[in-house]
Design a protein around this ligand. Structure first.
Ligand SMILES: [Ca+2]
Ligand SMILES: [Ca+2]
Ligand SMILES: [Ca+2]
Length: 227
């Protein structure tokens, strides 16, 4: 099992990840991810408030958002699979939890985009968030099959939020328990931050792994490759 990380001089096209085969319980407790390699704070070209010629960042401020450093927002993401499912796990360090309504993107939330292995066609767009007011996890299946499971948990005392998501292999047209080693797909993860300080509510910036594929789905080359 291995993961190819970006080179020191940062080439976005080199980023790929080989997921571990592992059974994950979708319950908000990341203890079952302990053997997984996490991708954390990967740089990306910003365009929320800058242009594509800007240096890569680990957080892109947007719409007046201000990033105060890792305690404000920082992420680690991992992937596992078993015969029935692809699993996504994320831990987000975040000083305050804020979500506007029951949105899947306007505030603290995770947006996931999948594409085909050639990274030319978006196949799935899924958004998840913790809706504290309702005491429930938001599932927003924007594109692709329904039937994903997600638990988003806010640990207020730790200033942290976890995301655990199960996407059934049937969402890719595979048979029940038809996921096998060697399958590959394109993936982008965008994790948004909104905060409770004045003027910081809603989608005020993001980090992620190829986040522009999720925020702006026309930027397919931003997607990474996973098998
Ligand atoms: Ca778990
Ligand atoms: Ca924050
Ligand atoms: Ca937040």
């Amino acid at each position: 099992m291995s993961m190819v990380k970006q080179s020191a001089d940062y080439n976005i096209a080199e980023m790929s990840y080989t997921a571990l085969q592992n059974d994950i319980t979708v319950d908000g407790d990341l203890v079952d991810w302990s053997c997984s390699e996490y991708i954390a704070q990967t740089p990306f070209v910003p365009s929320g408030t800058q242009n594509a010629a800007a240096d890569p960042v680990v957080f892109d401020e947007y719409a007046g958002g201000i990033w105060n450093g890792p305690d404000d927002h920082s992420i680690a993401v991992a992937f596992n699979w078993n015969s029935g499912s692809l699993f996504l796990g994320a831990k987000v360090i975040d000083d305050t939890h804020q979500l506007s309504g029951a949105s899947g993107w306007n505030g603290d939330s995770m947006q996931v985009v999948f594409a085909d292995d050639e990274r030319t066609t978006v196949t799935h767009l899924y958004n998840y968030a913790w809706n504290a007011a309702a005491g429930d996890t938001v599932h927003h299946h924007e594109q692709g099959a329904d039937g994903t499971e997600a638990v988003v948990t806010r640990y207020e005392d730790q200033g942290a939020t976890t995301y655990e998501v199960r996407i059934p292999g049937t969402a890719w047209g595979l048979e029940e328990n038809g996921v096998v080693a060697g399958l590959a797909l394109g993936i982008g993860i965008c994790i948004n931050d909104g905060d409770t300080e004045a003027g910081q509510g809603g989608q005020k910036g993001w980090s992620g792994w190829g986040p522009y594929a999720a925020v702006c789905e026309s930027l397919i080359p931003d997607l990474h490759h996973m098998q």
